[in-house]
Design a protein around this ligand. Structure first.
Ligand SMILES: [Zn+2]
Ligand SMILES: [Zn+2]
Ligand SMILES: [Zn+2]
Length: 257
């Protein structure tokens, strides 16, 4: 299984429009972060997680031409606003593109993009929506098993996911403030786990870097990655700050698991 970070930034992206801070002015490519999204692939299956506002730029940058499904973490715009660019993947398919999301996210997508998701679709063959199971039951996309992991984030129904294929496992939780006990059990001892680490100070709706490290130590993945990173966090400084088993994600980072 391979994981490609299409974006590792928070909702503003980095640099932030109009900001003159050291990270926004940095020439280190690691400090340029598009909105968070990952591509999960096995030899036969490719899953896109979230379609943020940078989806078009990400698909062009990484030569992404086809996907087998899109899976949403939640309805915040930095995770859904590139939805209409999914059309380019749908044109290449005979069947509608499978789409998986929680109930609230699906309802929001229906409000925002009625031409694609209304009961009477204007564009047949755009997407075919399924609700992820609230009981957190895993489902299959091709040969990749997908386990939804409910988390607490900004009063919005939010999921992380664990992907399993070919004997390896990857957990992805880009937006989270608190991790329920049952969800912790789903995320223990993975090969790799990428989790929200917005900034160093306390944040009301996201994990801080220190929150992330504490939770990573408990969940004990073989390798931990910080993602959904804001403009106050400098890549090199974060790398030096993190414990040995952890790294900062960056746009274009690819993991082979
Ligand atoms: Zn977000
Ligand atoms: Zn800045
Ligand atoms: Zn969010």
């Amino acid at each position: 299984m391979k994981v490609l970070f299409l974006g590792s930034g928070t909702s503003t992206g980095v640099p932030v429009i109009g900001c003159d801070c050291a990270v926004c002015r940095s020439t280190d490519e690691h400090n340029k972060r598009l909105r968070s999204s990952v591509l999960i692939s096995s030899p036969s299956t490719t899953i896109l997680v979230d379609s943020g506002p940078d989806l078009r730029a990400q698909a062009l940058r990484y030569g992404l031409r086809a996907i087998d499904a899109v899976i949403y973490t939640h309805e915040h715009l930095d995770h859904v606003a590139g939805f209409d660019d999914l059309r380019a993947f749908c044109w290449q398919r005979e069947e509608p593109l499978p789409l998986f999301a929680g109930e609230h996210c699906l309802a929001r997508l229906r409000d925002m993009y009625p031409w694609a998701l209304a009961k009477e679709q204007l564009y047949r063959g755009y997407v075919r929506a399924s609700c992820v199971n609230h009981a957190g039951k895993p489902f299959l996309v091709g040969d990749i098993e997908v386990q939804p992991v409910p988390v607490i984030h900004a009063k919005v129904e939010t999921y992380g996911y664990v992907f399993r294929a070919g004997g390896s496992s990857f957990g992805y939780v880009p937006d989270i403030k608190e991790m329920p006990t049952r969800s912790r059990d789903l995320l223990r001892n993975l090969d790799a786990l990428a989790m929200d680490g917005l900034c160093f100070p306390f944040h009301h709706t996201h994990l801080s870097i220190d929150d992330n490290i504490a939770l990573m130590r408990e969940l004990a993945p073989r390798a931990g990655y910080v993602t959904h990173i804001g403009h106050r966090v400098e890549y090199g400084a974060l790398e030096r700050y993190l414990p040995d088993f952890m790294h900062s994600a960056y746009d274009g980072l690819e993991l082979s698991l």
